[in-house]
Design a protein around this ligand. Structure first.
Ligand SMILES: C[S@@+](CC[C@H](N)C(=O)[O-])C[C@H]1O[C@@H](n2cnc3c(N)ncnc32)[C@H](O)[C@@H]1O
Length: 137
């Protein structure tokens, strides 16, 4: 929903050695390009049908990890570094991860909060999880 989050996530992906997967929409391409202050090419996958792509990745052996506040979610502190290919799924800023995508998840991770807000900014949440998975925190 907010293009600035795509640029922030792209920079985090670069920092931890991950790729960013986004839908092939023009406004997304423009937001990623605007937010890319890295001054060199970055790893960005354009994924036409996210659900089929997730299913294919899962069949090929990747672990699909949702980032969401959910009852069965693992707390971030208990998330071990990724030992093999992992796809991190982030939710829409207004509506979260859609139900049909929740069905493709192997697990979910949540970041505990003690404040008054209901959720974190999606780029902040994604960045924290990526750093933990990369074993850099
Ligand atoms: C602003 S939140 C979405 C809030 C939305 N109202 C909802 O019902 O899910 C955007 C995304 O950031 C991630 N997120 C935000 N806070 C989180 C938290 N504390 N733990 C895990 N994921 C979080 C999730 O991927 C979420 O779908």
């Amino acid at each position: 929903m907010h293009g600035a989050n795509l640029g922030t996530l792209l920079r985090t992906c670069d920092a931890v050695g991950a790729c960013l997967a986004v839908p092939p929409w023009r406004w997304v391409d423009e937001a990623v390009a605007r937010g890319n202050t890295l001054r060199r090419p970055s790893c960005v996958h354009r994924v036409g049908n996210p659900l089929s792509w997730l299913a294919a990745q899962r069949s090929a052996g990747a672990r699909i990890l949702g980032v969401e506040l959910a009852e069965e979610a693992v707390r971030l502190a208990d998330l071990p570094p990724a030992r093999h290919r992992t796809i991190v799924v982030l939710g829409h800023e207004a509506t979260g991860i859609p139900a049909e995508a929740l069905d493709t998840l192997d697990a979910a991770v949540e970041i505990p909060m003690v404040g008054t807000g209901l959720s974190l900014n999606v780029a902040v949440a994604g960045s924290l999880v990526l750093y933990k998975l990369a074993g850099l925190l």
